[in-house]
Design a protein. Structure first.
Lengths: 226, 477
């Protein structure tokens, strides 16, 4: 497994390189944002450990560039700024996990293992509908290239309607496919989630068919993406 | 019981008490005093002018009567004779219009030579000093008021005019006297005065009411500015947004500038503390990692002390934020947005467990405080819930009225026994017993919640795990 370690503190990089090496990773190290961006774009890493406070280009910008370039490598961000607002902006940029400094090395190794397990999920075809794209492998969706931030219920809802696009799906059907056995099976809440999803993907994409249910259609004028 | 009259006198006193500190009162008092003064002066001028002109009209009538009498008087060798004047009022008894011709005697008294039939034998009163005063100005007229004829029940106050004339063919002068009943005119004057004062009183009251309304309406922008500032304090608004009349617009702008300045100061302070604290974190990581690779007394001590330092840094970072927060005004954070971003993020972090976060909150519900703080509170609580949950985390938020809202965070994990809950909250509130990675990590939540005047309670969830109830200030949309 190849890991890219992006950290500008000399001592911390040395320690982490050692620890990661001991854990069986092949480690590349970048000490600033420019080098990190270049390495991440050119080398096929399995996972990236990214410090946010970097010289030249900050970590969030590096991450945003990778994601814009289509890199889906899982990224764990290291940050001294433990505030949730910083974590949220990291996730908005495309991070998969975070660790707040100071941390225990074992914690870092455990998180990396989890990230690698996750990314090794079963691959399946990308779904698309107009400007909407959904990648079931990475559990990510985009609208016109912009990443969507979805909760798991919203994601499942979108996944389901994308798999059955063009067809009218009743509320009962959605309830049955979205909730586990032990969840409150209240079909009214479907409206809430459809409402939230519409807000995120554009209101006109999910059409309400009166008395029958919902239907996902591409927006008029949108061409089916290849 | 005793409160009520006091309260009433207070509200009374608000408008009519001593014109000390209230602008409204000062304006009303000044205007009222001026109005009363001006109206009293007006009343006095009007009534005295009316009375004077009435007396002048009487004087003219007296002069006319005197002329008639003088013309009708013929001097005869054995005295004088007054031709009959064709005026019913001078003929009918006690009609109210009289004349008399008299002759001044050497001792200062007079001798009546002729009188009008209307006098019915009465005499017009002539003051003792009148003959001598008349003699200094023959032909001139002296007028005066007199109680007049008092023959009960008749009471006829008179206005009397007297004139001294030298007649042809007669050596001694004659005093001609005419009297007219003045009771009618006096009644008129009294009526005029009454109506005038009533009208002026109504006018005065009207003006005072107008001033009162004018002050109320005129000062209304000031009251609405006050309400807007109160809204800022309550967190309903961030700045003064309305425009005001040019007299108080500068005040509103200064308030805004003060708010900006406040915000800047707080931000600067926060940045300083944040920079210091964050700068310490990487060296701490290094020490922690280095000590972790070795065993022995020194590495153990370094590890332990590093943990303490880390806790201290976190604690003071939060303290600085809390202190800054107390001064911050007017923030409003939509809770649904924060719940959504946290849910999206935490589900990804806990993807391996496939934790499902089900959140419900009205779109219009707002937290009266800063976004960062709400993120801290909910982030920590939700992260905890995800950590302990088997599969499910449920969050619901709703307003409770009175500017408060309640947020419930539940999970289906093992929960916390009732006897440990207080301890968990207490430990959360105190630094020294908090150890990183252990416990519920509630300390920041407890501190922030208390800083906002909210409360936090732990209970059992029907999902099986822990239920955290948060009460926080809500901001109206």
């Amino acid at each position: 497994m190849r890991v890219l370690l992006v950290e500008d503190d000399v001592d911390l990089s040395r320690q982490l390189k050692l620890a990661l090496g001991d854990a069986g990773y092949a480690v590349d190290h970048a000490a600033d944002g420019e080098e990190a961006h270049f390495l991440g774009d050119t080398e096929p890493y399995d996972v990236v450990v990214l410090d946010l406070g970097l010289p030249k280009i900050d970590g969030v910008s590096v991450l945003e560039r990778w994601r814009r370039d289509g890199k889906t490598t899982p990224v764990l961000i290291l940050t001294a700024r433990g505030a949730w607002s910083d974590k949220v902006s990291g996730f908005d940029a495309g991070a998969d996990d975070y660790l707040t400094k100071p941390f225990h090395t074992e914690e870092l190794l455990a998180r990396l293992r989890a990230l690698l397990r996750r990314s090794a999920g079963i691959a399946s075809a990308t779904l698309s509908c107009g400007g909407l794209r959904l990648d079931p492998r990475a559990a990510r969706a985009t609208v016109n290239g912009e990443p969507l931030r979805l909760t798991s219920l919203e994601y499942r809802l979108l996944h389901y309607v994308m798999m059955h696009q063009g067809r009218v799906i009743s509320r009962t059907e959605l309830v049955e496919h979205l909730y586990d056995q032990d969840f409150d099976r209240d079909s009214n809440t479907i409206e809430v989630f459809v409402g939230r999803l519409r807000k995120k993907i554009g209101a006109d994409r999910i059409e309400t068919v009166r008395g029958l249910g919902y239907r996902l259609t591409p927006l008029s004028g949108e061409t089916e993406a290849a | 019981m005793t409160d009520q009259p006091e309260a009433r006198s207070k509200s009374w006193g608000r408008w009519f008490g001593r014109p000390g500190r209230s602008l409204t009162r000062r304006l009303i008092w000044l205007a009222s005093a001026w109005i009363v003064l001006a109206l009293m002066l007006t009343g006095w001028v009007l009534t005295s002018q009316y009375q004077e002109s009435a007396l002048r009209r009487l004087g003219d009538e007296l002069r006319g009567t005197l002329d008639e009498v003088v013309i009708a008087t013929i001097v005869t060798p054995d005295g004088l004779e007054v031709a009959e004047i064709k005026d019913a009022r001078m003929l009918r008894g006690l009609s109210g219009k009289y004349w008399m011709v008299a002759e001044p005697l050497a001792d200062g008294t007079v001798k009546v030579l002729a009188r009008s039939p209307s006098l019915s034998g009465e005499t017009l009163a002539i003051p003792v000093d009148l003959p001598s005063r008349l003699q200094t100005d023959p032909g001139g007229i002296i007028t005066y008021s007199d109680p007049g004829i008092l023959r009960p029940p008749l009471r006829q106050p008179l206005r009397i005019g007297a004139s001294l004339k030298f007649m042809p063919d007669r050596e001694a002068p004659l005093i001609f006297v005419a009297g007219i009943d003045r009771s009618m005119i006096e009644a008129d004057a009294r009526q005029f005065a009454t109506y005038t004062w009533i009208a002026l009183l109504i006018l005065g009251l009207g003006l005072v009411i107008a001033v009162f309304l004018q002050v109320q309406i005129g000062l209304r922008p000031l009251f609405s500015l006050r309400n807007e500032i109160a809204d800022v304090r309550k967190g309903k608004a961030a700045r003064i947004v309305h425009s005001y009349p040019m007299e108080i617009q500068p005040l509103a702008e200064q308030v805004n500038r003060l708010l900006d300045h406040n915000q800047e100061t707080v931000e600067r302070q926060r940045t300083h503390v944040g920079n210091l604290a964050h700068a310490l974190k990487t060296p701490l990581s290094v020490m922690l990692a280095e000590a972790g690779t070795q065993t022995g007394i020194l590495p153990d001590m370094v590890r332990k002390q590093t943990e303490v330092m880390k806790a201290q840094v976190d604690h003071h970072l939060r303290r600085a934020r809390a202190a800054a927060r107390a001064q911050l005004l007017g923030e409003r954070t939509p809770i649904a947005e924060v719940l959504d971003e946290m849910a999206v993020m935490l589900e990804r972090v806990f993807e391996e467990k496939s934790v499902e976060i089900d959140w419900r909150a009205p779109d219009e519900l707002g937290f009266r405080g800063e976004r960062q703080d709400l993120q801290e509170i909910l982030g920590n609580l939700m992260e905890n819930a995800c950590k302990w949950a088997k599969r499910r985390v449920r969050i619901s938020a709703g307003p409770t009225g009175l500017g408060q809202m309640v947020v419930v965070v539940e999970d289906d994990g093992p929960g916390l026994p009732a006897d440990q809950r207080d301890a968990a909250l207490e430990r959360g509130a105190r630094l020294d017993e908090t150890t990183p990675g252990s416990g519920l990590g509630l300390s920041i939540v407890v501190e922030l919640t208390r800083a906002y005047g909210g409360s936090i309670t732990l209970a059992d969830s029907d999902l099986g795990g822990l239920k955290v109830l948060l009460e926080l200030p809500a901001a109206e949309a």
